[in-house]
Write a protein that binds this ligand. Structure first.
Ligand code: TYD
Length: 212
């Protein structure tokens, strides 16, 4: 199964992905955890270009194409081979981040984003995508806890941007069957058990469909 985690910065994705990894590993499953942008040597280099605060003059189109190039490499080098080898692949962000951040957030044409996303991901369509939703006041609370000079280029974006990104995610969640909406204000354990239940249920559905 291929499972992706989406949400605004500071929504708690990374904690949840690690908890799911621990759970699946304890069940005897093979699990690969990865993140976007990054996950391969080439993609990690692209990541540092993207997040570097020195690059405040980066155009939205450049930003989108860089995210896409990091993704194209990660999919072919890691994700597809691991899925073929029977791994659960868990990714901290994937192509929906480009729709939410570069499409809804930066205002790039969504149909172009979808076409380039399709090229970058090839056959690697997620089975489940968890959107961990966090209202803006909570995001700002968590942002304040981090020193301002520690924020990366994306995190320096203003409230209007994040509001558009959040609304974009909510729209994607409504429109796309593989999305699962998770209330990010719940406790870590509440969120983890909801995620676990959803994965178990979806796995049963997939097995039933395949006649296994
Ligand atoms: P990261 O430090 O991984 O943040 P987070 O823990 O929130 O995932 O930085 C990734 C940043 O890049 C984050 O602000 C979201 C943004 N992003 C996009 O704008 N588009 C994309 O396609 C992806 C994958 C990430």
């Amino acid at each position: 199964m291929f499972i992706t985690f989406e949400g605004l910065d500071f929504c708690g994705k990374s904690t949840q992905i690690q908890l799911l990894e621990q759970y699946l590993t304890a069940q005897g499953e093979k699990v690969l955890l990865t993140r976007e942008p990054g996950g391969t040597e080439i993609s990690e280099k692209v990541r540092s270009l993207l997040l570097d605060k020195k690059h405040l003059g980066m155009y939205s189109e450049t930003e989108f194409l860089l995210f896409s190039s990091a993704r194209a490499q990660l999919v072919r080098e890691i994700i597809i081979p691991k899925l073929k080898a029977g791994y659960y692949v868990l990714s901290d962000r994937f192509h929906d981040s480009s729709a939410a951040y570069q499409g809804y957030g930066r205002g790039l044409d969504l149909s172009i984003i979808n076409s380039v996303n399709n090229l970058a991901i090839g056959s690697a369509v997620p089975d489940i995508t968890f959107f961990i939703d966090l209202p803006l006041d909570k995001l700002n609370e968590r942002k304040l806890a981090k020193e301002r000079n520690q924020l990366d280029r994306m995190e320096l974006s203003g409230d209007d941007f994040y509001e558009r990104v959040r609304n974009g995610y909510l729209e994607l969640t409504e429109k796309t069957g593989r999305f699962e909406l998770v209330d990010g204000t719940g406790t870590v354990q509440e969120i983890h058990s909801l995620i676990k239940k959803t994965v178990i249920k979806r796995r049963e559905m997939i097995l039933e469909k395949s006649g296994a």
